[in-house]
Design a protein around this ligand. Structure first.
Ligand code: IPE
Ligand code: IPE
Ligand code: MG
Length: 265
């Protein structure tokens, strides 16, 4: 029996990343992938390193995954980098996290420009330090004419805060006569959200084994396909992203209806 298993294992062809990319590109690709990049702290703890070492490593993964997403012709990659709840963390960790966009863009902006990546951001600017805001703004301006992957950072982002802000804006417009209550529908509401310029995520990935949403894109993920992995974000590889896309391609998205084949019966 053992021999049989070993034979099966050794006869299995190792498929390279390039071949897998080629295969994946033959089927419909998710237009928008959103990732809850979690597990940096645990990655560092396992190595007896400070939590910030995990965040630093996580930044390197962002670069790798961005480049692959661009290669896969994905339209939008939204990365949850800092939630409205992450301010609860110790000041030195918050300060470090708020320094990362500047460091990331300082290192990789030329490459992003070269690769035709367009940087965007969702989240509330109000508490973000001036130096971080400036670095992100510079990247947004310098990549504004790019037509490739939209790399959308969710920074000081919270799904509930976003919905509440939209409700306030809608209320104002109704009050001042610019909007009729009967015109408030899914599409109109979406236009008041920070993501008004993006389509909803088709695929939502969360790393680190946590099976929750943690206040991320609550409205937008209504019909997203969910994919969870135990892998910690700093251990996430290109092969994992491809695995998630392959899983997505095997799903049947019905949006509450029935599969188109069945409807013919
Ligand atoms: C994700 O990693 C990064 C942010 C939330 C900013 P964590 O820092 O949450 O890592 P864990 O979950 O504690 O391992
Ligand atoms: C979600 O991770 C936020 C980000 C990845 C930026 P958290 O680590 O903050 O989420 P919880 O606390 O485990 O729900
Ligand atoms: Mg976490």
């Amino acid at each position: 029996m053992l021999n049989k298993i070993n034979f099966w294992k050794s006869s299995r062809k190792t498929v390279s990343i390039d071949e897998r990319i080629e295969q994946v590109l033959k089927l419909p690709i998710p237009k928008h992938i959103a990732i809850i990049m979690d597990g940096n702290g645990r990655w560092a703890k396992k190595r007896a390193l400070p939590r910030i070492a995990g965040h630093h490593e996580g930044m390197r993964i962002v670069r790798k995954i961005t480049m692959l997403a661009n290669r896969l012709n994905i339209d939008t990659l939204t990365l949850y980098a800092f939630s409205t709840e992450n301010w609860k963390r110790p000041k030195h960790e918050v300060d470090y996290l708020m320094g990362l966009p500047e460091e990331f863009l300082g290192n990789f902006l030329p490459e992003l420009i070269e690769e035709n990546v367009k940087v965007c951001m969702i989240g509330n600017n109000n508490r973000i330090p001036e130096h971080t805001r400036r670095a992100v703004e510079k990247a947004i301006v310098e990549t504004s004419a790019n037509t490739g992957l939209k790399l959308n950072f969710a920074l000081n982002y919270g799904g509930r805060a976003e919905i509440l802000d939209a409700v306030k804006e809608i209320s104002k417009d109704v009050k001042n006569g610019n909007l009729d209550i009967s015109d408030i529908n899914d599409e109109a509401f979406s236009n008041y959200l920070m993501t008004h310029f993006l389509s909803d995520p088709d695929l939502l990935i969360r790393t680190s084994g946590e099976l929750r949403i943690s206040n991320f894109m609550l409205w937008q993920i209504a019909y997203s396909e969910l994919w969870f992995t135990d892998v910690l974000w700093p251990d996430f590889t290109e092969a994992h992203l491809i695995e998630a896309v392959e899983a997505y391609q095997r799903r049947s998205r019905r949006y509450g209806g029935i599969h188109s084949e069945e409807s013919k019966k």
